[in-house]
Design a protein around this ligand. Structure first.
Ligand SMILES: [Zn+2]
Ligand SMILES: [Zn+2]
Length: 312
């Protein structure tokens, strides 16, 4: 009987020890697994965060490059029929090259698809949305990133898109030199005094006019400086950059207007020189100063807007 009791105790104790050992083993194994998984997760998250950050930072530059390529297409004489699609296509190509780089360097598979290029509250900024799919090993992530890109410093595509490179327009000294292109266009459409616009000039590079509110253009020397520097103005009547690429002189979006400066001794009434009037709205104005060869030809509402209605 004593031996039996002893035997039972030994069996009992052994059983408890074995169970405890098994429990400890399960705990250790699952802990190791948990820690390993955590490491994999945070590593992938770091990669993903890095990629998203990198993409967001670069989207400002890549987006602008995609717009600039569309502008270059216009200047090389090819029409851009749908600026939205053209810019999306350009950006996808730029991003695809980047994705190949990532694959080569880090073995990360990225696909990116430009969702949209949109106007914003400011005509100087376009909003890009890009859908990003990232894959590494078994992990997959997906995110839409957004960034604004600026059109400041790009060339104005409207004159070429509207009149074509064959019209004889030249660009030098950071100016558009219309030569006889604008006079020819006006003659064709039977507008008054087309000869006034022979040798007319306009700014080439998009620069933001700092004389805001615009009524300050009536202050001493402001208009001269604005014309000299070749500034562009925000305008609800003028067309946005996307529509300028398509050769539209006006559009429903908030856009730009720029003065087309004539250099003529003629004093006839002719088209008011804001570019949306010359290219789309077509109403007349008169020289602000009839004796000045370089005087702007402006209608009364534009004179009011720019504070120029009292000048003789
Ligand atoms: Zn100005
Ligand atoms: Zn537009």
């Amino acid at each position: 009987m004593k031996i039996d009791e002893k035997g039972n105790m030994i069996v009992g104790t052994t059983a408890i020890l074995v169970v405890a050992l098994i429990l400890i083993c399960i705990f250790v194994v699952s802990s190791i697994n948990y820690i390993n998984n955590q490491n994999i997760d945070s590593e992938t998250n770091d990669n993903f965060k890095y990629i998203v950050d990198d993409y967001s930072t670069n989207l400002e530059i890549s987006g602008r490059e995609a717009i600039a390529q569309a502008t270059e297409k216009v200047y090389s004489g090819l029409p851009v029929l749908n600026s939205n699609n053209q810019i999306k296509k350009n950006l996808n190509k730029i991003l695809n090259e980047k994705n190949e780089e990532y694959d080569k360097k880090y073995g990360i598979k990225i696909t990116s698809e430009t969702q949209s290029v949109e106007n914003t509250d400011s005509p100087w900024k376009l909003l890009f949305k890009v859908k990003l799919n990232v894959e590494k090993g078994n992990e997959k992530f997906s995110k839409i990133i957004e960034k604004n890109a600026s059109v400041e410093g790009l060339r104005d595509p409207l004159p070429i898109a509207k009149l074509t490179v064959l019209s004889g327009i030249l660009t030098y000294d950071d100016k558009i030199h219309y030569k006889t292109a604008l006079a020819g266009y006006m003659l064709l459409h039977h507008f008054d005094s087309p000869e006034s616009y022979i040798e007319a000039t306009a700014p080439l590079t998009m620069k933001k006019c700092p004389y805001d509110p615009y009524i300050h253009h009536g202050d001493p020397n402001v208009l001269d400086d604005c014309l000299d520097k070749g500034y562009f103005h925000e305008s609800a009547d003028g067309s946005c950059y996307l529509c300028r690429l398509e050769g539209k002189g006006k559009c429903p979006h908030y856009g730009f207007e720029v003065f087309i400066q004539t250099h003529t001794p003629l004093k006839n009434e002719s088209l008011s020189c804001s570019d949306h009037v010359v290219f789309a709205d077509h109403y007349n104005g008169e020289k602000i100063n009839p004796d000045d060869w370089d005087s702007l030809i402006l209608d009364s509402s534009h004179r009011k807007k720019y504070g120029l209605d009292e000048d003789g």
